[in-house]
Design a protein around this ligand. Structure first.
Ligand code: ATP
Length: 887
C-alpha cells in the first residue's frame, strides 16, 4: 500500500487515474468494481440451514420427544417412535422456515438503511450505495455523513471528522486537504489530509479521492471480520420466553405428580409413560417464541411498505404505547418547499409576485439579494433545485431580479466560509469584492441583529439605533404571524481574508425576507387522528415563535401563543419548573438540538412515552434518549439515522401516526396468537389432568396431541398474527407499557377458552364410550371402543380450537362485526385444519398410525356441535362486554 498521506494531491490523482472535476466514468467505475469488489467489510459467515436446523432441536420439548421416541422404540411401539421422530423433524423444518423468513425480512430492511454516498462520476454528482464505491472515486463530504471509504482529501472547508471508530478519540479532528505528512510513521489521528472509512464528518465540507475500499481500509485492517451479532430479543419476546420456561417446568412438575398418582392407581408402566409424555407435549408452549418472531418480522416488512423502516424490533412494541409525538416542523409538518413572498429593507416593504421574472429592486434590495445568493450553497437550474430549500428559495429570488447565482459567483469569488449550524442559526461566506473582501451573513433575524452594529439605508451605512431595531422587529413579527419564515442578511467589508471566527461580528444589516412553507396537506388529518388515539402532537422548531405558532394553529397542534415557549425561555427555567410547565406546551420555538434532550426528559418525567424526530448531526442524543427516535430518510444525516429506532422514507409526519397504528395492530396480533396458543395448550392439559385425577382412561394419546399442537394449531396462530388491522385501533388510548400481556381479560379468555376446550374434549370422549355402552369409570374397555372415543375427543379438540381462533380476532367485536371472511388466511387455516383432521381419521394408514378411526355421520354432527361451543361462549361474553361498555 502506498502512503497516500505523504503524497501530493496531484500524485495521488495521477496514480489512480482520475480527473477530480469529472470523476470516474460509469464504465471505469464498473470495471474497478469488478476488479476491487464491493466496498463492504466482511461479515461473519451466516449460519447454514443445517446449523439452523440443529439449533431448532435445542429445546425442552424436543428433549422430551426424543426421550419418548427412545422409550417407545425400546418397548417395540415402532409406529409411535416413527411418528414422534417425524414430528420432531417437521417441527424443526417449520422452525427453520420461519426463522429463515424472519431473517430475510430483517435483512431486506437493513438493505434499505445502508448508507449512501455522494460521488462525482461522469462529471455529475450522484448518490450511490456506499458499497458501490471504488478506488479513484471522488467522494463529496458533508457534515453528518459517514466517510464511506479511505480517502485522500483533495478539498476541505472547515472540515472536522470524528474518528472514534478508529482512534477511540471522540473529539473531532481538523482536516486539511493541503497538508502533506512526510513522516511514514504519522499516527492515524494526525493524518489530517486523510479521511477514513466509518468515521463521521461532523462539521464543514470537503472532497476526497478514494484510495482504499472494503478490507483494504484502516477499519478493515482492524476488523478483519466484522462481528455483527444483531440478535436481540424484544421485551415481549423475553417475557414470553420466560413464561414459556415457567410453563415448561410446571409441566414437568405436573408430569411427575401425575406419574406418582398414576402409580397408586395401578396403571400400566407403559401407559403411564405415554400419559406423562402426552401431558408434557400438551403443556410445553413450544410455538410462542417462533410465533412472535415471525409476526414481528412480517409486521416490520408491512411497515416498510408504508414508508416506516423499523430498525430495532423492540420499537414495534414501544410504538403502540407512544402518547407524545415530538416533531420537527420544517419538512416533516411542512412541505419544505420554500418561496420568498416578501422582502424588507428599512422603510421599504416589497411583495414578491409569483411567476414574475423581471423585477427591479432598489439599491438596498439588490444588496440584500446579492448577499443572500452569495451566502448560499444550493443550486437552481432548469426548474430544479438541489440543497437546502431555504437557500433554493433565495436563489430563485435572485433569478427573479436577474441576479443569477452563477454570474454572481464568478464575479465575487468565495474565499472563505462559516457553515450554517442550527445552534447559531447563521451562515457566512467571505467573497472577493473589488480589491478587498466582503463577509455575507444570513440567518435568523434576531441573531443577525445581535451581531450587527450598522444598517444599510438607501445605499448608505448608518449606525443601527434601538428605534430602527424596533421597526425591523415589528415588520418581522407581522410576517411571522402570517406563518412566514423570516431570514435576515448582513455584510461587512474587509481588506484581507479573515478567519471564520471573525466573520460574524460588527455587521451591517441589510434587511430580510419572508418565505412561506406550506403545511403538508395530510398532516392535519393525522394530527386529528392522533388526538383521537390519545396521542399529543408537539412541534419543535428552530424557527421563530410566531411563525411556528401560526403553522401549529393551522394544523391543529396548538390553539394559542400561550402554548408555546422558546429555547431562551427554557434556559431560564430549572429542570423542575420546566417539567411542570411542559404539560401545557405544544410549540417549542427557536430551540437548538440540545433543548430537544431537555424536552424529551421533561415529557418522560411524567411517564409519557415519547417519540422524537431529528435529522441533523446534533439530533443524535435526543433520538437516542426518546423512547422512539425517528430519523428522516430523505433529509436526515447518517448520524441521525444511526441513532434512530425508525426511519421515515418520506420524511412525513403522517407516516409516524400510521406507524403507531401498525405498531398497535402488530402488538394486538401477537397477543391474539399467544392467547390462542395458550388456550389450546391449556385445553389439552385440562383434559389429560382431569382424566388422571378421576382415574379415567386418557382421552388423547401423545401422538394425537402432537399432531394437533404442531400442525392444526400453528396455522391459525400464524394467521392470527397477520390479522388485518382493526380500524378502530386508533380510537383507543395508548397501551400502558407496564400493562401485563394478559390485561383486559386476555388471561381470563385464555383460561375460559382452555377450560371449555378441555371439558368438551372429555365430554366427547365420554359420548364415544357411552354410545357403546361404557362409561368413563368402566374397567376393561375394549381397545377399539377406546379408539373410537379417542377419535371423537381428538376431532373435538382440533375442531374447537379451529373455531375458537375466529373469536380471538377481536376482544369485544363479534365475529360478524369483524367480518367472518376478512382474514382470508385464517379462513384458509381453518379449512386446511379440518381437511387435515378428516384426512388423519379417514386415510387408512394414517388412521392406524395415529390410532383413530372414521366417525359415523351422527358423530360428526356431535363433534361439530361441540366444537362450536367455545366460540359461541366467547361471542356471548362479548355481547355482555359490548353492552357493558356502552353503559
Ligand atoms: P425544524 O427544526 O423544524 O427543521 P428549522 O428548519 O426552522 O426547523 P433550522 O434548520 O435549525 O430549523 O433553522 C433554524 C433557523 O435558522 C431558521 O429559522 C432560519 O432563521 C435559520 N436558517 C435556516 N436555514 C438557514 C441557512 N441555510 N442559512 C442561514 N440561516 C438559516
Amino acid at each position: 500500500m502506498s502512503m497516500w498521506f505523504s503524497k501530493s494531491q496531484e500524485e495521488a490523482l495521477k496514480e489512480l487515474e482520475v480527473n477530480p472535476a469529472i470523476g470516474l466514468t460509469s464504465e471505469e467505475a464498473q470495471e474497478r468494481l469488478e476488479k476491487y469488489g464491493e466496498n463492504k467489510l466482511k461479515e461473519k459467515p451466516k449460519k447454514s440451514i443445517i446449523a439452523l436446523f440443529f439449533a431448532q432441536l435445542n429445546n425442552m420439548l424436543i428433549y422430551v420427544l426424543l426421550g419418548a421416541a427412545a422409550i417407545t422404540m425400546a418397548i417395540g411401539e415402532y409406529v409411535d417412535s416413527v411418528i414422534i421422530l417425524l414430528v420432531v423433524i417437521l417441527n424443526a423444518v417449520i422452525g427453520v422456515f420461519q426463522e429463515y423468513k424472519a431473517e430475510k425480512a430483517i435483512e431486506a430492511l437493513q438493505k434499505l438503511t445502508t448508507p449512501r454516498s455522494l460521488v462525482r462520476r461522469d462529471g455529475d454528482i450522484k448518490e450511490i450505495d456506499s458499497t458501490e464505491i471504488v478506488p479513484g472515486d471522488i467522494v463529496i463530504i458533508d457534515a453528518g455523513r459517514y466517510i464511506p471509504a479511505d480517502l485522500r482529501l483533495i478539498e476541505s472547508v472547515n472540515l472536522q471528522i470524528e474518528e472514534s471508530a478508529l482512534t477511540g478519540e471522540s473529539v473531532p479532528s481538523d482536516k486539511n486537504a493541503r497538508d502533506i505528512h512526510e513522516d511514514p510513521k504519522t499516527p492515524i489521528g494526525d493524518k489530517s489530509n486523510m479521511a477514513f472509512m466509518s468515521t463521521l464528518a461532523t462539521y464543514g465540507r470537503g472532497e476526497g479521492l478514494v484510495v482504499g475500499t472494503a478490507m483494504e481500509t484502516e477499519i478493515g485492517k482492524i476488523a478483519k471480520i466484522l462481528d455483527e451479532d444483531h440478535e436481540e430479543m424484544t421485551p415481549l419476546q423475553r417475557r414470553l420466553d420466560e413464561l414459556g420456561k415457567i410453563l415448561g417446568f410446571l409441566a414437568i412438575g405436573v408430569c411427575a405428580l401425575i406419574f406418582v398418582i398414576a402409580l397408586f392407581q395401578d396403571r400400566e408402566i407403559f401407559d403411564m409413560f405415554l400419559i406423562a409424555i402426552s401431558l408434557a407435549v400438551a403443556a410445553i408452549p413450544e410455538g410462542l417464541a417462533a410465533i412472535v418472531a415471525i409476526v414481528l418480522a412480517l409486521g416490520v416488512t408491512r411497515m416498510s411498505k408504508i414508508n416506516a423502516i423499523v430498525k430495532k424490533l423492540p420499537a414495534v412494541e414501544t410504538l403502540g404505547s407512544v402518547n407524545i409525538i415530538c416533531s420537527d416542523k420544517t419538512g416533516t409538518l411542512t412541505q419544505n418547499k420554500m418561496t420568498v413572498v416578501k422582502q424588507y429593507t428599512l422603510n421599504h416593504a416589497q411583495e414578491i409576485p409569483p411567476g414574475e421574472t423581471s423585477l427591479q429592486g432598489t439599491q438596498d434590495e439588490q444588496e440584500l439579494i446579492k448577499s443572500f445568493v452569495l451566502c448560499s450553497d444550493a443550486t437552481y437550474e432548469n426548474g430544479e433545485g438541489t440543497g437546502d430549500p431555504t437557500e433554493v428559495a433565495l436563489i430563485v429570488l435572485g433569478d427573479k431580479f436577474q441576479m443569477a447565482k452563477k454570474a454572481l459567483n464568478d464575479k465575487y469569488h468565495r474565499v472563505g466560509e462559516k457553515p450554517f449550524d442550527s445552534d447559531r442559526k447563521l451562515m457566512s461566506t467571505l467573497n472577493q469584492e473589488g480589491k478587498g473582501y466582503r463577509v455575507h451573513t444570513k440567518g435568523a433575524l434576531d441573531n443577525i441583529l445581535k451581531i450587527s452594529t450598522h444598517a444599510l439605508v438607501d445605499g448608505g451605512i448608518v449606525p443601527l439605533t434601538e428605534e430602527m431595531k424596533k421597526t425591523y422587529l415589528n415588520v418581522a413579527e407581522e410576517m411571522s404571524n402570517d406563518a412566514l419564515r423570516v431570514l435576515g442578511a448582513a455584510f461587512k467589508d474587509t481588506n484581507s481574508v479573515i478567519p471564520p471566527e471573525e466573520m460574524e461580528e460588527n455587521l451591517v444589516l441589510i434587511g430580510f425576507v419572508g418565505m412561506i412553507d406550506p403545511p403538508r396537506l395530510e398532516v392535519k388529518d393525522s394530527i386529528h387522528q392522533a388526538k383521537l388515539a390519545g396521542i399529543t402532537s408537539v412541534m419543535i422548531t428552530g424557527d421563530h415563535k410566531n411563525t411556528a405558532v401560526a403553522i401549529a394553529k393551522e394544523l391543529g397542534i396548538a390553539e394559542s401563543i400561550d402554548q408555546s415557549i422558546t429555547g431562551t425561555e427554557i434556559d431560564q427555567l430549572s429542570d423542575e419548573e420546566f417539567s411542570h410547565r411542559i404539560k401545557d406546551i405544544r410549540v417549542f420555538a427557536r430551540v437548538s438540538p440540545e433543548h430537544k434532550v431537555k424536552i424529551v426528559k421533561a415529557f418522560k418525567s411524567h411517564g409519557n412515552i415519547v417519540s422524537m424526530t431529528g435529522d441533523g448531526v446534533n439530533d443524535a442524543p435526543s433520538l437516542k434518549y426518546a423512547d422512539i427516535g425517528v430519523a428522516m430518510g430523505i433529509t436526515g444525516t447518517d448520524v441521525s439515522k444511526g441513532a434512530s429506532d425508525m426511519i421515515l422514507t418520506d420524511d412525513n409526519f403522517s407516516t409516524i401516526v400510521n406507524a403507531i397504528e401498525e405498531g398497535r395492530n402488530i402488538y394486538n396480533n401477537i397477543k391474539k396468537s399467544v392467547v390462542f396458543l395458550l388456550s389450546c395448550n391449556l385445553g389439552e392439559v385440562i383434559a389429560i389432568v382431569a382424566s388422571i385425577l378421576f382415574g379415567w382412561p386418557v382421552p388423547l394419546l401423545a401422538t394425537q396431541i402432537l399432531w394437533i399442537n404442531l400442525i392444526t394449531d400453528s396455522l391459525p396462530a400464524i394467521a392470527l398474527g397477520v390479522d388485518p388491522g382493526d380500524k378502530d385501533v386508533m380510537k383507543q388510548k395508548p397501551r400502558n407499557p407496564k400493562e401485563s400481556f394478559f390485561a383486559h381479560g386476555a388471561g381470563f379468555r385464555a383460561v375460559l377458552g382452555g377450560t371449555l376446550i378441555g371439558i368438551l374434549t372429555l365430554t366427547a370422549f365420554y359420548f364415544g364410550l357411552a354410545e357403546h355402552g361404557y362409561s368413563l369409570g368402566s374397567r376393561d374397555i375394549p381397545e377399539d371402543i377406546l379408539t373410537y372415543a379417542r377419535t371423537m375427543a381428538f376431532v373435538v379438540l382440533a375442531g374447537s380450537q379451529l373455531f375458537y381462533s375466529l373469536s380471538m380476532r377481536n376482544e369485544i367485536k363479534s365475529i360478524f362485526q369483524v367480518g367472518l371472511f376478512s382474514n382470508k388466511y385464517l379462513v384458509g387455516a381453518i379449512i386446511v385444519g379440518f381437511i387435515l383432521q378428516l384426512g388423519v381419521i379417514s386415510v387408512p394408514f394414517l388412521a392406524e398410525a395415529f390410532k383413530v378411526q372414521n366417525l359415523s355421520p351422527l358423530d360428526w354432527g356431535i363433534v361439530i356441535g361441540f366444537s362450536l361451543i367455545p366460540l359461541t361462549a366467547n361471542e356471548i361474553i362479548k355481547i355482555f362486554m359490548r353492552t357493558g361498555a356502552k353503559n
